[in-house]
Write a protein of this length. Structure first.
Length: 464
């Protein structure tokens, strides 16, 4: 039996992000995935601003940025718009890039930091003990077992780990016949994500670049047809009915149908086993938040696992549930409301979509809140400054996001404050404001006067 600090099931973006975090902290981690090779398919298509910030704190944002197209916002229903260019972020856009690029980048990073990614390994059993978890998997070389201090199920909607720990996945089926396509458009819309709907269908377009778009369409007529198979003609028809044009569709290189569910487990933790990403929550594709939420789950949990393995209070791990479960619930609620508006039957709902929503999004406060919610920039783990996302403040010798690349806490001192002796990196900010203790995931653990020394108690809370 092999022994490891953390065993992750699922080598998608959530699993590899988490493995990279654990390995960055110097802990051993194994990732098991049932597929023999990475999937070339790309269900997800967009990386939001908060996820780009997280990737920047690990030195990955520039490389990913080079693979996609920056969309400045979302055009909704021929008049409503969510403008992302005013986001208080170094990444005021939605990066449209196939998920395979994110997968490749995060798996490479996990391996480079020492994670062992084992492919062709199908998990069959799991036992929890007081001091660890035993996982059995079928591999090409036969049955293998690992004993881990902690296990993370990042194995998707049909999570084996979730089933093995007996976690229900309550919720409902939203839509049964959503169609995904990668299409070349000869007369494309501007480089902005476009959403529109008619009485019985909707269409969604996001630009990959060079004329290629991720297209998502749905037609009510096929919703309860078990024999329905998507086709280029169907995509063209729905585009025309929903938006008024087929945008000169010339070619489709990939076409798929999927069912959209809305579900969330009640507890992200069962003893020493945690669930993250689609294994913990799944929702409609409206807003493109699925992959982003999973990556941010992983960023939240990864450093906490490493801290507890180094000797921090195990109660630190309970904050994963208290911080991330509400976020998952918010994403279900917002994406669910969006998809229900897109598929509304009643005249009143369609009138709201056509008239009232553009008016509301034209108001700065509403527009700012909508942009913050979809992008993740508005997510906070507290009601005040502590628990909020740290901005990329300018330091005397660089940026905060660069200082976070070691994966640990950072103490940011006031510009005129005396230097302090600390067990973590410290830096002076250039502008005014209080001193900040920033967590490895880029959220504030404390703010105040560095001279008070209160940051030490805040640091101890997370590390001892």
């Amino acid at each position: 039996m092999d022994t490891v600090d953390v065993l992750v099931v699922g080598a998608g973006p959530t699993g590899c992000m988490l493995a990279g975090e654990v390995a960055l902290a110097g802990r051993s981690v194994v990732v098991l995935d049932k597929h023999e090779a990475p999937s070339p398919l790309s269900r997800a298509f967009g990386v939001h601003a908060r996820t780009m910030e997280a990737l920047d704190t690990r030195g990955l944002a520039d490389e990913l940025r080079s693979t996609g197209t920056a969309s400045p916002g979302l055009a909704l229903w021929r008049g409503a718009e969510v403008n992302l260019t005013r986001l208080p972020s170094p990444f005021p856009y939605l990066l449209v890039t196939p998920q395979v690029n994110v997968d490749t980048l995060l798996e490479k990073r996990a391996r480079n930091h020492g994670a062992d990614v084992v492919r062709g390994a199908t998990v069959t059993k799991l036992w929890q003990h007081e001091d660890g978890v035993v996982v059995r998997a079928t591999t090409a070389s036969g049955e293998r077992e690992w004993k881990a201090s902690y296990v993370v199920g990042a194995d998707g909607v049909r999570s084996t780990v979730r089933d093995l720990v007996g976690q229900p996945f309550p919720g409902e089926v939203l839509l049964k016949s959503i169609v995904l396509a990668d299409a070349y458009l000869g007369d494309p819309p501007a480089s902005i994500v476009t959403v529109d709907a008619a009485e019985d269908c909707f269409a969604f377009l996001a630009p990959f670049g060079d004329g290629w778009f991720r297209v998502i369409v749905w037609d009510r007529r096929f919703e309860d047809d078990p024999a329905f198979q998507p086709s280029e003609a169907m995509v063209r028809d729905v585009l025309t009915r929903a938006t008024g044009t087929d945008f000169g569709l010339r070619e489709i290189r990939w076409l798929s149908r999927f069912q959209s569910d809305e579900r969330q487990v009640e507890s992200y933790r069962t003893g020493r086993v945690f669930l993250a990403g689609d294994a913990a929550h799944v929702h409609s594709p409206a807003g493109g938040q699925g992959m982003n939420t999973g990556i941010q789950d992983a960023l939240n949990l990864g450093w906490k696992l490493a801290a507890v393995l180094r000797g921090a209070d195990p109660a630190v791990l309970d904050t994963y549930q208290s911080e991330r479960h509400p976020v998952g619930k918010l994403v279900l609620r917002s994406s669910g409301a969006t998809i229900r508006l897109m598929t509304a039957r009643s005249r009143a709902a369609r009138a709201f979509r056509r008239v009232v929503l553009p008016f509301l999004l034209g108001r700065e406060k509403v527009a700012r809140k909508a942009a913050g919610m979809f992008s993740g920039v508005g997510i906070s783990y507290g009601r005040g400054l502590v628990g909020s996302r740290a901005a990329d403040v300018q330091l005397r010798d660089g940026r905060l996001f660069e200082a976070l690349r070691r994966g640990g806490f950072v103490l940011v001192l006031e510009n005129d404050a005396a230097s302090v002796t600390a067990p973590i990196p410290t830096a002076h900010r250039l502008d005014g404001g209080p001193a900040l203790l920033v967590r490895p995931d880029g959220y504030l653990a404390w703010a105040g006067s560095s001279a008070s020394g209160d940051w030490r108690a805040a640091l101890d809370r997370w590390t001892k």
